[in-house]
Design a protein around this ligand. Structure first.
Ligand code: HEM
Length: 303
């Protein structure tokens, strides 16, 4: 408890999933692909970020399974929520990232609570007496079962919807500010029944994406849900009402596998707080906590 929170978080992830040298402490299993993003005219009205200037922006994307277990079967329920991390390569040579997953909202509100959730999980092996530490934690944090209730195994990384969860603030050329939460929506959402997911080949999501890209590109619609004036931006466990306006920011097209995904993912570090002029952090405390924890995980996997 004397260590910085980010160290405690990575230690807690290691406690639940084990230590696997060279791999991410969470979302250890993944695949790297490439493509481009082209913004809609509406995006530039919301944010002056170079990303939204209407040009073709090259992107590097990593899809992943949850957990720090590098050989987890893709159809395991523990592989939910699946992740999508996008690095936009901007015209001036800098990058800006989004790091999103298939949960509609986070199970807890802060990094401290997430640490406690992980520790409760680590103390709840299959033979633990009931109610387990995790069951007790979930009973006292109703957002935990609610959040995990929003996820299912997709039939493809390309047929899943991903959410930013944390709030960011767009600033446009006139200096107007708008709090947003990201959505990355596929052409079709296809979820498998639990029994079907459990019978799939261990690497079916990774293999299916490569096969699909041989047939043609995969597209996603990158969108922003706009906060109303009194919506809180600081609690990632509280989704905004579904009737909030959603604006299409542009289309993300993935058209090829990375040359060497295994090597590429070792070197890649995606950070939710890696922003660019025109996109700022909100008062959501999870963003800074995540940045710090991802940096700890990166330095441990690249000693
Ligand atoms: C306090 C909360 C959280 C903690 C402590 C945490 C921790 C981590 C860590 C340690 C990694 C590995 C980083 C690396 O080695 O590069 C990671 C990866 C990831 N996290 Fe989180 N995370 C949190 C919340 C979230 C949320 C809210 C989302 C989605 C909105 C998310 C999505 C992801 C994804 C997609 C990856 C994989 C990134 C990649 O492909 O490189 N995480 N997380």
């Amino acid at each position: 408890q004397d260590q910085p929170l980010e160290e405690q978080l990575v230690n807690a992830l290691n406690k639940v999933f084990g230590v696997h040298p060279g791999f991410r402490a969470n979302h250890a299993k993944g695949i790297v692909v490439e493509g481009s993003f082209k913004a809609s005219p509406e995006a530039a009205e919301l944010s002056r970020a170079a990303l939204f200037n209407g040009g073709t922006i090259p992107v590097t994307v990593r899809f992943s399974d949850s957990t720090g277990v590098p050989n987890l079967p893709d159809g395991s329920k523990d592989a939910n929520p699946h992740g999508m991390a996008v690095k936009f390569h901007l015209p001036d040579g800098s990058d800006t990232d989004i790091v999103i997953n298939s949960l509609k909202f986070f199970p807890v509100s802060t990094g401290e609570e997430f640490r406690d959730l992980l520790l409760a999980l680590s103390e709840s092996p299959p033979d633990a007496t009931k109610p387990t530490k995790f069951e007790q934690f979930a009973a006292s944090h109703p957002s935990v079962p609610a959040a995990f209730g929003t996820i299912a195994t997709p039939d493809s990384f390309a047929d899943e919807e991903y959410f930013g969860i944390d709030a960011f603030v767009f600033v446009n050329k006139a200096g107007e500010r708008q709090a947003v939460r990201y959505q990355m929506l596929p052409e079709n959402v296809v979820h498998l029944d639990k029994s079907d997911a459990a019978t799939r080949a261990p690497d079916f999501l990774m293999e299916e994406l490569l096969e699909r890209l041989k047939r043609g590109p995969v597209t996603f619609h990158y969108k922003a849900q706009l906060a109303a004036a009194d919506d809180s931006t600081k609690d990632p466990a509280k989704p905004w009402p579904d009737n909030r306006k959603v604006v299409e920011l542009g289309v993300l097209t993935i058209d090829r596998a990375a040359a060497n995904s295994v090597e590429a993912q070792k070197r890649l570090l995606f950070l939710p707080g890696q922003l660019t002029d025109g996109i700022e952090q909100s008062d959501d405390p999870l963003i800074g906590t995540r940045d710090a924890a991802y940096a700890v995980s990166f330095s441990r996997r690249n000693p």
